[in-house]
Design a protein around this ligand. Structure first.
Ligand SMILES: [Zn+2]
Ligand SMILES: [Zn+2]
Length: 213
């Protein structure tokens, strides 16, 4: 069952990436509005982006709870995805079905907490802070864990303090974490925003000057 559960977590992470990119952000079309197969969810998500960008990463829809149509829409969407996934996975693997239910609940818990407690988000899911606060918001698609962003080359980091310790986004012993990160980034290096590179260059420059002094 544990193998099925882990497989289910991986599938759910891949779904986060696909759904966020193609349903919530929509596909860019020249001279036309973006296309999403679920326009209401896309409208809700862009309202979320606007709120977060102007409210220092806060979104009051989570304070309002069920009184907010956007919170209701997120919960309903997660319910539909979870129910469909469970129906598909249950005959194949109990572990995958449990992972589907867990992933939907965990998504809401993590996303809600991140936008109620931005400092927690910076420590625990910095990739989602970059998703909202970078100039280019069409990147960093994963929310709960950054796995598929590493796999598909869409993790774009804005500053060293918003770089997770390792691509799994979980605690690992320091030596293991560093070795694993090094191995993954040799194959799938993260990208850095131009401002991050400039800041890193400045830091290196200052360090060099300090060393010379
Ligand atoms: Zn988004
Ligand atoms: Zn968000």
């Amino acid at each position: 069952m544990i193998k099925g559960f882990i497989a289910g977590l991986i599938v759910a992470n891949g779904f986060e990436w696909v759904a966020h990119k193609y349903i919530l952000h929509g596909v860019h079309r020249t001279g036309q509005p973006r296309y999403s197969p679920v326009p209401r969810s896309m409208a809700s998500h862009w309202a979320h982006h606007r709120e977060v960008k102007t409210q220092h990463f806060h979104d009051d829809c989570y304070v309002e709870g069920l009184a907010s149509w956007r919170t209701r829409n997120e919960l309903l969407s997660l319910g539909v995805v979870a129910a469909t996934s469970i129906a598909i996975f249950a005959p194949l693997s109990k572990g995958m079905a449990i992972a589907a239910a867990y992933s939907a609940i965990n998504y809401f818990y993590v996303h809600r907490k991140a936008h109620l407690q931005p400092d927690w988000a910076k420590r625990r899911i910095p990739w989602h802070v970059d998703h909202h606060m970078n100039a280019n918001q069409d990147a960093n698609w994963c929310v709960t864990k950054p796995w598929f962003d590493y796999l598909l080359g869409t993790r774009v980091v804005s500053s060293p303090d918003l770089k997770e310790a390792n691509p799994l986004g979980i605690w690992l012993p320091r030596a293991v974490s560093q070795r694993f990160t090094h191995a993954v980034e040799r194959l799938r290096p993260v990208k850095w925003t131009p401002t991050a590179l400039t800041a890193t260059d400045c830091t290196h420059q200052q360090n060099r000057l300090r060393k010379v002094a």
